[in-house]
Ligand binder design. Structure first.
Ligand SMILES: [Zn+2]
Length: 276
């Protein structure tokens, strides 16, 4: 159920490569023990990024953060610090960048910024792969990201592509976090957010109609992948909500308003054509 795969586009991969190369100066230090296993392991509580470092990374690469008012940015940074320190980051490579824990965690903070409960305590581990990786459960397949057990897995290459084109409606970071928040709130049922839980039935009700409607010829706001099952529809709705809010509000106004209530935020005000 928690699978997300995307088609690879050579041009986009090139741009992501450029970003990775521009981060060479921001290497995270490697521990000897991790290197023996070809892994970099960082307990978030030991990362101790200063607000200045996080601010610098987010201002460069995270458009949502850049559009926030100053005092909201302070709140975002406080939440981000807490989130990072509550996770362990496992990088499946011999080099890691400070952008990895900061930006991947920032996707969770973006999605949950209007909610009271945002820490996803069930998900203790965030695994970062340099590019697409192989998942073995329930079947062997190539993945750009997935949520499995208490772990969130993300391909860094695909994660960066999500932020390269911020208005194409595709963002693997937001997609996987959408699965994780659903799982925390409904499958685990502890540390659930009242607002999220209260409004989800309205999303269900409205979303189910659109889920069926989108299967009809001529309707293509959602991808074929989103129509695989309702979980994927939910995850892609979150991607569209943040990356194509104006279009979502125009095509499916009721779905947009149920999501704005559920997530307690209104990205149309961020991403109006006048604000760049
Ligand atoms: Zn998915």
């Amino acid at each position: 159920m928690f699978i997300f795969s995307i088609v690879f586009v050579v041009g986009i991969a090139f741009l992501a490569g450029k970003i990775i190369r521009s981060m060479q100066a921001n290497h995270l230090p490697a521990s000897e023990e991790g290197l023996k296993k070809d892994l970099l392991i960082y307990p978030g509580s030991e990362l101790n990024f200063s607000s200045e470092v996080m601010n610098e990374v987010l201002s460069k690469r995270q458009p949502y953060f850049s559009h926030l008012a100053k005092e909201e940015q302070e709140r975002f940074l406080l939440r981000l610090k807490k989130f990072i320190s509550s996770k362990t980051f496992i990088i499946h490579d011999r080099s890691g960048f400070r952008e990895m824990p900061v930006l991947i965690s920032a996707s969770a903070i973006q999605l949950s910024f209007g909610l009271k409960e945002y820490l996803l305590p069930y998900f203790k581990f965030i695994h970062i792969f340099p590019a697409e990786f192989v998942g073995v459960q329930p079947t062997i397949r190539v993945l750009a990201g997935n949520v499995s057990g208490n772990r969130i897995h993300i391909s860094w290459k695909h994660f960066l592509e999500g932020f390269q084109y911020t208005h194409d409606g595709e963002n693997v970071g937001l997609h996987e976090m959408a699965h994780a928040y659903y799982f925390q709130n409904f499958e685990i049922g502890s540390y659930s957010d009242d607002n999220f839980v209260t409004h989800f039935p309205s999303f269900n009700h409205c979303g189910n109609k659109i889920f069926e409607q989108e299967k009809l010829p001529g309707n293509d706001f959602f991808s074929e992948y989103a129509l695989k099952n309702f979980q994927e529809f939910w995850a892609e709705s979150v991607e569209r909500f943040f990356e194509k809010p104006v279009e979502l509000k125009t095509v499916y106004p009721q779905l947009y308003s149920t999501m704005a209530a559920l997530l307690n935020q209104d990205p149309v005000t961020f991403y109006s054509p006048h604000i760049q």
